[in-house]
Design a protein. Structure first.
Length: 163
């Protein structure tokens, strides 16, 4: 088994499977609109912790016979899980917006082309640099993630009784 190659995105170009790719600093209006959608998905995608928390909320609602509210939460969880299977990771999709294959029209957003690029990269490249690039393309994501995870873990800590 061969080692996966690690891309240095500072070089602004790389080859994979005989294809040339270029890292861009700008986006067309069409791709920018898609970036806004993917940014939300990337920044607010549900972690295992979030999913468990929502299932627990549904459980509590079922126990208090609030069936309609529980059904909404469970529907949202199911929809979220199904959509995960239909798409590549949001971080990789973010990168695909900014990385064009030689000859690709940067003014066009094409979901099929995005999947094709990601599939190509997955055959010989390490994924870590792509996640690092995605985080750098989403300013404020790391501080927001830390804030959300810290605040949600504090909510679950047992309260101390003050006597």
């Amino acid at each position: 088994m061969e080692n996966l190659r690690v891309i240095d995105f500072a070089q602004k170009n790389f080859e994979c499977q005989g294809r040339k790719f270029y890292v861009k600093d700008t986006l067309s209006f069409t791709r920018y609109r898609e970036l806004q959608k993917i940014n939300l998905e990337f920044g607010y995608s549900a972690t295992f912790h979030d999913t468990f928390k929502h299932i627990r909320e549904a459980w509590d609602l079922l126990n208090s016979t609030k069936l309609g509210e529980a059904a909404v939460i469970l529907h949202n969880i199911m929809y979220g899980l199904v959509s995960l299977e239909d798409k590549d990771d949001p971080a990789l999709r973010l990168c695909a917006l900014f990385i064009d294959e030689e000859g690709e029209d940067p003014t066009v957003f094409d979901e099929g082309k995005m999947r094709e690029k990601i599939d190509c990269w997955g055959k010989e490249l390490a994924v870590t640099p792509f996640f690092q690039l995605a985080v750098s393309l989403t300013p404020g994501w790391i501080p927001a993630y830390k804030l959300v995870t810290q605040s949600s873990s504090k909510e679950e800590e047992p309260e101390e009784s003050g006597t």
